[in-house]
Design a protein around this ligand. Sequence first.
Ligand code: SF4
Length: 378
Amino acid sequence: MPASVHASHLKAFQSALPAWFQTVARDLPWRRTDDPYPIWLSEVMLQQTRVDQAQPYYERFLAAFPTIEALALAGLDEVLLQWEGLGYYSRARNLHCAAQMVVRDFGGRFPDTYEAIRRLPGVGPYTAAAVLSIAFKRPHAVLDGNVARVLTRVFTIDDDVKKGRTRRHLQQLADVLLPPEKPGVFNEAIMELGATVCTPTAPRCPRCPVQEACGAYAAGTPEAYPVSAKKAPLPHYDIAVGLVFNDEGEILIQRRPEDGLLGGLWEFPGGKQEPDEALEETCRRELREELGIDIAVVAPFQTLAHAYTHFKITLHAFRCRLLQGMPVSANGCPVQWIPVAALKDFAFPRANRRLIEHLAKQALNPSLFDGAAGPGSF
Ligand code: SF4
């Protein structure tokens, strides 16, 4: 046992914490099953998404793909469309790929050993421990941001929580604290504690079941933990995109390569502004370089800000008209002219979906739309 773990810690985490959880646990759909498929799905969705945001997606996704076989048989476009709006789309691509692997390599039965489950795409130590402990009652402790916050406070650990050495120390502590007879309850309980009581700011210490064992509470310094190095400010880019219409009133979309950011989603073509370049020129240049077409920029359409994990953008959309050329993607990705009404059938990143919503408003109010090329009806 690590030297810093005392009997009072074991009592707090193995007895008081699970007892508290039984009284406060939220009734969530993935807690009503021990089928590893929905449990895995919920864990993947909840990695970057709040419970209240994830729940409708979880229900919709399971209605579309009720079994792991159904998910494996679905097309990637269908899967991405169900995931649209949740972000971090590599999660959806990995889920899809992992479902195919479970069906192909494990006869449709979700693997129940740590080694096998880690072979599935997108399954890291956290997801493996969560699914194994909750669905299969195997003694693996989870370590996510909520757990790290609770442990750094209870054990007053002031090393940088982002460092590998600190994470390994925290994992060791979690492993020691885990009661082997109810690993799933412990994991869910400590995550719930971090999410609802031991919050990043203003933790509710008077309601905390492990308060008696908490070093930061005793010292009056909970908010000093966890310690982490300051993040550099995110870089910012100006992006120009074209809503390009042809003479039939169809709009041009292209699919992003599957292996990068927002991989496999559809988007309006465009790209990054170069130094000293007017945004209209960015739009014309990008469409020439990416798709081999000449366009006329008819009018500014909408400007919006959007933040990704590692950078921020200002997206400048222009309404455009095709002058000449047949669009062919320079990187071999699919390109399509589609009726505006069909935009709902394709999965788009959130910023593009906001442009589509704006387009729908304009279609309802044609006086907002003064150019020759324009949207058809939705
Ligand atoms: Fe967090 Fe306060 Fe509980 Fe300590 S006592 S674990 S700081 S909520």
